[in-house]
Design a protein around this ligand. Structure first.
Ligand SMILES: [Zn+2]
Length: 450
C-alpha cells in the first residue's frame, strides 16, 4: 500500500516533517518514506490510500493500562468516599475485578479496544485482573484483541489478596498464556508476567513468580510505589524500600516494566537505572488518586527509561500527554517543569523502547523497517508545523478526536472515522446490557464487606 499526500511527522532518530509525503508499506512494515511524487514514481503499481493533506503520525503507545476496569464508568460506589489510595483499591477496584465473569471480561476489553482504535492508540500494555475467573481469562482478552487488530501485551496480576489459591491461579495463568503464545505465536500479541504490587504479594509468592518468570524468559509488569502505602508496607515488613526489596528479589531488570514509581527515592531510582528497569508514568491516574507526582525528571536525569501509560483512563494518549505537561508544572509551581519535548520523548521514544521488549521491529516512528502502525489526523495547523515545534503543536492542538484513520501492521482498523475492525455500536449495546449485572454483583460484594 502507498499512503500519499500526508503531512508526515516521522519521529525517530532524525525527526522530520515531510509536506506532501508518502509512505510505502509491504506486509506489516514500512519500506519507504519520502515525497509523494518520488514514491509514486518508484511504486507506480501499488494500491494508494490518499491521506488528503492530513497529519500522519505513528500510532500512539500506551505503556500501562487495565482493560478490566471499563465497567467503572458511571458506577456508584456505596458508602463514604474513599479517603486515600488503599481505600480506593478496597472500595472500587478490588470489588469490581471480582464482579467480572467471562462476558464482562470480554466486553470490558472490547470497549477499550474500540476506544483505542478511535483515539489512534495502536499498541497497549495491559495488566489484567479478574479473581472470579482467572484460568483462561487472558485467552478471553486475547480473542477480543485478535478481533480488534491492535498490538497488545497481556499479563495477569498475581496477588496474595485473594488467598494462596488466587495467587497460585494467577501464576498459572501467566505461565499458561505465555507458553501457549510461544507455541502459537501471534505477531500482534505478547506476554509479560503480571504482579500486582509489593504490598499485596508475600515473599513466598514473589519467589515463586521470579522462578517461574525466569524459566519462561519473561519480564514483569508490576505497580511500584504508586502510593506511599507501598513504601511504608515494605519498610515495615522487610526493612527495605519497595525498589530495594524488588531489586533484592530479582524483580527489577531490563525486561521489567514498573508502573508509577511515584514515591521512589534517589537510591531506588539508581536501582531502576542500574538494572535498566522500565518505568511507566500515568499522570491522570496519579492526580485522580491523589497519590502525588512522580519524580519523572529525576528518573530521566538518572538514566531511567520512563514512558507514558493511561492506567485505564481513556485511550486518548494525547490527553495523557497534556496531563503530563500540566501536572508537573502545577506540582512544581514552575512553568519550566516537564517541557513539551520531554512529554513527547516519554510518549514516543521511551514508549517505543518499552514496546521493544515485546515486539522485534521499531514502533513509535515512521521509518523503513518499522511496523506500519499509523494514524491520520484531520489537524490542519494554522501556524507552521515543524519538527522543532511538533511537541507543542501536539500538546496544544491535537486530540484523539482528530484521528480519522488507524492502521496497525498495514491493516486499516478505522477509515474516515468508521471503525472497520469491530462492530462499535453492537459492542457498546452489549456492554450496556450487561453493565447492570456487573454493577449488581459489585454492590453485593460491597454490602457483604461493608
Ligand atoms: Zn495500574
Amino acid at each position: 500500500m502507498l499512503i500519499t499526500h500526508g503531512r508526515i511527522a516521522t519521529f525517530g532518530q532524525n525527526p522530520q516533517v515531510i509536506e506532501d509525503g508518502a509512505i510505502c508499506i509491504a506486509g506489516d512494515q514500512i519500506i519507504a518514506v519520502g515525497p509523494t511524487a518520488e514514491l509514486k514514481a518508484r511504486y507506480p503499481e501499488t494500491e494508494q490510500l490518499d491521506a488528503d493533506g492530513q497529519l500522519v503520525l505513528p500510532g500512539s503507545i500506551c505503556a500501562h493500562t487495565h482493560f478490566y476496569g471499563a465497567f467503572a464508568r458511571g458506577l456508584a460506589i456505596p458508602g463514604a468516599p474513599a479517603r486515600n489510595f488503599v481505600e480506593i483499591l478496597q472500595k472500587l477496584w478490588w470489588r469490581l475485578d471480582r464482579a467480572l465473569d467471562e462476558e464482562s471480561i470480554r466486553l470490558s476489553a472490547l470497549v477499550c479496544l474500540v476506544d483505542a482504535i478511535r483515539n489512534g492508540t495502536t499498541t497497549l500494555i495491559d495488566h489484567h485482573a479478574s479473581p472470579g475467573l482467572i484460568d483462561g481469562s487472558l485467552d478471553i482478552c486475547a480473542e477480543a484483541i485478535a478481533h480488534s487488530g491492535l498490538r497488545v501485551c497481556e499479563c495477569y496480576e498475581v496477588t496474595d489478596r485473594n488467598g494462596l489459591e488466587g495467587a497460585q491461579a494467577g501464576i498459572a495463568e501467566n505461565t499458561r498464556f505465555a507458553r501457549q503464545l510461544a507455541a502459537r505465536p501471534n505477531p500482534l500479541l505478547a506476554a509479560a508476567f503480571g504482579l500486582h504490587a509489593s504490598f499485596t504479594i508475600g515473599p513466598e509468592t514473589l519467589e515463586r513468580c521470579v522462578a517461574e518468570a525466569q524459566s519462561l524468559g519473561l519480564g514483569f509488569h508490576v505497580h511500584v510505589a504508586e502510593d506511599n502505602a507501598d513504601e511504608l508496607d515494605s519498610e515495615t515488613k522487610y526493612g527495605q524500600r519497595v525498589g530495594e526489596h524488588l531489586s533484592a528479589k530479582g524483580v527489577l531488570g531490563e525486561k521489567t516494566l514498573s508502573a508509577h514509581c511515584v514515591h521512589v527515592n534517589q537510591h531506588e531510582i539508581d536501582l531502576l537505572a542500574k538494572t535498566n528497569t522500565k518505568v511507566s508514568h500515568q499522570p491522570r491516574s496519579n492526580m485522580n488518586n491523589a497519590v502525588g507526582t512522580a519524580p519523572v525528571q529525576k528518573m530521566l536525569d538518572s538514566g531511567v527509561c520512563v514512558g507514558l501509560g493511561n492506567d485505564g483512563f481513556s485511550n486518548n494518549m494525547y490527553s495523557e500527554m497534556k496531563a503530563a505537561y500540566l501536572a508537573h508544572k502545577s506540582a512544581a509551581r514552575d512553568p519550566r517543569a516537564m517541557p513539551g519535548d520531554t512529554v513527547l520523548r516519554l510518549a514516543y521514544e521511551n514508549n517505543a523502547r518499552i514496546a521493544a521488549l515485546f515486539w522485534p521491529r521499531p514502533l513509535g516512528e515512521i521509518a523503513p523497517g518499522a511496523y506500519a502502525d499509523l494514524v491520520f489526523l484531520d489537524y490542519f495547523p494554522y501556524t507552521p508545523l515543524t519538527a522543532g515545534n511538533l511537541p507543542w503543536q501536539i500538546i496544544f492542538g491535537v486530540d484523539g478526536t482528530h484521528v480519522t484513520t488507524t492502521m496497525v501492521g498495514g491493516r486499516v482498523l478505522m477509515r474516515d472515522r468508521v471503525v472497520l475492525a469491530l462492530d462499535e455500536e453492537r459492542i457498546a449495546a452489549q456492554a450496556r446490557a450487561i453493565a447492570p449485572q456487573v454493577w449488581q454483583r459489585f454492590e453485593a460484594i460491597s454490602l457483604r464487606e461493608g
